[in-house]
Structures are given as C-alpha cells and as structure tokens.
Design a protein. Structure first.
Length: 220
C-alpha cells in the first residue's frame, strides 16, 4: 500500500534586502528521490504556495542530476492553507534552507498539521533548518512538541561557521534548548540524526539521506 508524504518547503526568499535565501535543494531532492523510489505519493506544500525559491548557494559544486531534476516539483507547490484533510498523510518531512527560519516557525497551519499528525501516531521528520517548523508546535495539552525529546538540527556552531548567524531571527539550537528539548549536537557537517519515537531530526545537509531512510524504516 502506497504511503502519502507531505513535504513542506519554505517560500521565504531573503534574509534581508541584501541577502537572498530559500530552500536548500539537496535536502529536498535527496529525500524526494528516496520517497519516489518506493512509489510513495508526495505532496509538496509551502506557506505561500506556487514557486518555492531555491538558495543559489545550494547549487554550488557538483549537484547530481537526479537532485537537480527534483526542482521541477518546486514550481507549483500547494499552499498549506489549502490542505483540508491532514489524515491522508502518513508522514511530514521538513527540508531546510535558511528560508525556513523566517516563514515556518509562526505558521499556524503548519503547527496544526504537525500536531495532528504527531498525535495521530504519524511520522514527523525535519532536517537542518527544517526543525524551525517544529519550534512553534504545541501538543493538545499545551506543551511544546519538542519538550523532553531528543532532537538535533543545524547547530549554533555550524550557523556561526556560515557567518549567517547575524541575519537569523534566532539560533535554532538555542531556541530548541529553551523549549526544553534534549538537543544532541555532533561535530560540524557530520551526518547525524536523532530518533525519539516518531520524531526524526537531522543536523545538517549531510544528514538528509539518513533522515529519509529512517522515515522509510518507520513507514515500513
């Protein structure tokens, strides 16, 4: 039986007037390829719908063609507010890119979807800056979703190394710790993931495939 995956990407295309941002393509593409290979039904959604911006820096260096090819699935994303039936999804996956820091934390519709899926025993996964979409989520009893959970995400140290920390509305690791999460950091740019029940988080772009494979493992 085919599984339904909801992938939610950013539509924020700048950090400020001078610095463009968006989605980190490999974090979307590598996961998309993993899910598509298994015949999963994939819905790509975003806060604004339509074209999702790709951070040009994520295209520097050698990007495999199959990852570049997934960019076409970002041309006409579904607007989050237009998703009426959340129960159809078996998992939600949030890829990163600095854009997520600006438009995912306060998105009420995203919070509602994540809460419903998580409390419905579905899989919630996020990688790199994707966990920015988790920080505003509260469970039905009012506690933060990530409180007391073992998680990881793009670390404060990695953020400082990119020198983009000065443009961020907050530091992701710091915010997750403030919310009561048990944050586990590995060395910068190493493949690292944390699994706490149905909550799966990955530290950085290097962790995408590991997170996607863990989602597949949970769903099978």
């Amino acid at each position: 039986m085919s599984k339904n995956i909801l992938m939610v990407v950013t539509t924020a295309d700048k950090m400020n007037e001078d610095h463009k941002t968006g989605l980190w393509l490999s974090e979307f593409g590598e996961a998309y390829v993993e899910f598509a290979r298994l015949g999963y039904s994939i819905t790509v959604a975003s806060p604004l719908g339509g074209q999702a911006p790709v951070d040009s820096r994520s295209l520097e260096g050698e990007t495999p063609q199959d990852i570049l090819d997934t960019a076409r699935h970002l041309e006409n994303t579904v607007k989050l507010d237009d998703i009426k039936d959340h129960s159809q999804f078996d998992a939600i996956f949030l890829p990163g890119g600095h854009g997520t820091m600006f438009d995912l934390p306060d998105n009420l519709k995203l919070q509602e979807i994540i809460r419903e899926l998580y409390e419905g025993d579905k899989v919630v996964a996020a990688v790199c800056h994707g966990p920015a979409g988790l920080v505003g989520v509260r469970l039905s009893d009012g506690t933060p979703l990530i409180a007391g959970k073992a998680v990881t995400a793009f670390t404060d140290e990695e953020e400082r190394e990119t020198t983009l920390d000065r443009f961020m509305p907050f530091l992701l690791e710091t915010r997750m710790r403030e919310l009561g999460a048990y944050f586990v950091a590995a060395a910068n740019w190493t493949d690292h993931l944390q699994v706490d029940g149905n909550l799966i988080t990955g530290q950085n772009p290097q962790s995408t495939v590991s997170v996607a494979k863990e989602v597949v493992k949970k769903l099978s």
